[in-house]
Ligand binder design. Structure first.
Ligand code: FE2
Ligand code: FE2
Length: 146
């Protein structure tokens, strides 16, 4: 197991917490396919890894989209900032997969999943998602907080 749900920061909106918990399960399953490929780097294990990575990518698209739709609907003022972090994260996810597909370089992909992603995930939830969820719940804009 790479990520523990107990360490997941909780935000004020249950639907967001649910999506984050699903994300942890998918990342943990992805981590298993990485270990598998690392131990036995054959085509079958590469395919399993890419499939799980793609499932994670699809889930992340929905995860981000779900937050963005509500931000637009509720006219969340710092929407471009939050959306910008999502877009950057998706671009990097895509880059890493593309690179692995071409080179089979498990070291770079493993480093990304075990070091960069957990850190990003927690940091993003603690900042962007926390403030956004609070806004969804109370209608209070972080710009008007004193
Ligand atoms: Fe989120
Ligand atoms: Fe987010």
């Amino acid at each position: 197991m790479l990520l523990d749900k107990k360490d997941m920061p909780i935000v004020a909106m249950e639907f967001m917490n649910d999506v984050h918990a699903q994300d942890i399960e998918i990342i943990n399953a992805l981590y298993e396919t990485i270990l598998q490929y690392e131990a036995t780097p054959n085509e079958e294990n590469k395919k399993a890894l890419i499939e799980q990575y793609s499932a994670w990518f699809e889930h992340t698209l929905e995860h981000f989209h779900g937050e963005e739709v509500l931000m637009v609907e509720k006219k969340f003022p710092p929407y471009p900032m939050h959306k910008g972090e999502h877009d950057k994260a998706l671009a990097l996810m895509d880059d890493v997969l593309r690179n692995f597909n071409q080179t089979g370089d498990i070291v770079a992909l493993k480093y990304y999943i075990t070091q960069s992603v957990p850190q990003w995930f927690v940091q993003h939830i603690q900042s962007m998602d926390t403030v956004t969820a609070m806004f969804f719940k109370s209608g209070m804009s972080p710009c008007s907080m004193r």
